[in-house]
Design a protein around this ligand. Sequence first.
Ligand SMILES: Cc1cc2nc3c(=O)[nH]c(=O)nc-3n(C[C@H](O)[C@H](O)[C@H](O)COP(=O)(O)OP(=O)(O)OC[C@H]3O[C@@H](n4cnc5c(N)ncnc54)[C@H](O)[C@@H]3O)c2cc1C
Length: 340
Amino acid sequence: MKTQNKMEDTCGPVWVIAEQVDCRILTVSLQLVGQARRLADELETTVEVVILGYRMQAQSHQLLAAGADRVYLGDAPDLSSYEPEIYTEIMVKLAELRRPDIILIGSTSTGRELAPLIAGRLETGLTAHCIDLVLDENKNLEQRVPAYGGLLSIICPERRPQMATVAKGVFPMPELDESRTGEIVPLDVPHETPRRIQTLEIVREEPRGVPLESASTVVAGGAGAGDLEGWRMIADLAKAFNAALGSTRPAVDEGWTGLETMIGQSGKMVSPELYVGVGLSGELQHMVGIVGAKVMVAINNDPKSPVFEQVDYGIVDDCREFIPVFIEKIKEYQEVLVAC
Ligand SMILES: Cc1cc2nc3c(=O)[nH]c(=O)nc-3n(C[C@H](O)[C@H](O)[C@H](O)COP(=O)(O)OP(=O)(O)OC[C@H]3O[C@@H](n4cnc5c(N)ncnc54)[C@H](O)[C@@H]3O)c2cc1C
């Protein structure tokens, strides 16, 4: 059936494709259900959530508590972890049947792959890494992303569903109302789906250092580090603060650090008590990731850098000269604290 992408008079449900890891529903999925509820109320339609996994029956009620009216649950051993071809096949078939108006997916490593696979099959548009979702006067979904130094609103007026991915922490966690009721509809899962890719084993990377998302202090470095040696100085500053180490995209592109440290539109959202940005220019794509920070400090050698307009305290200096002195001062302060 290829009529899914045509606009129709009546509005289909708002969908969330939820994710689980080891039977735990991801926070971003619950946050998206909260937003789906808001959009569905404005559109006067329903919220439907699709989740695939194994032994997920009990946890699925959380999705109703977060605001879903109906949960489609594919429960089978083969679905316990993400399998691109099977997951896409099931979602596409169900979308062709249910004709959602909107599909929201988390910008997780799985969501970033699954969303374009589904959008391609449904021949519709997809906006990645949205930082806001609103309805315009024609009830089209305005998908807002940082671009060209500002916020760009993207709509998909002629195709359905309208698809967007959103990172964890962009939207707040909805209040879970355990008294909410709704339907949990078991999905007929194919016993054998021909596939070219098969997961043989999942090896989880051990988390290193303080996790970014829950850190109370974050030190983030950017292109101004200059080279690996400069980057190590920024990492040492993070250690001195007992902070999580974050980064901008150029630091990842240079290979100084891993993608898991990237903060921003296509990285992680952080909300520390203290954020220290070193050698970075304050581009919106990075700064949207730290809107939850309480106190912000920037170290930059260019007094005219736009980052200084966005932070509480600015230090104009070459980070390579400033960091060693700064670390010494932090150590002295810590020694005084211990002595007290
Ligand atoms: C679709 C899209 C998504 C993106 N998503 C993200 C994202 O999630 N996260 C992200 O970070 N970026 C993202 N980007 C990239 C983003 O637009 C910027 O390019 C990036 O954030 C800039 O990184 P930067 O500030 O480290 O580098 P630059 O902009 O090059 O700034 C480097 C700064 O370092 C300063 N400096 C240089 N030398 C020194 C020194 N010795 N001491 C002190 N300061 C010094 C300079 O004055 C300058 O201000 C995205 C871009 C696109 C198009």
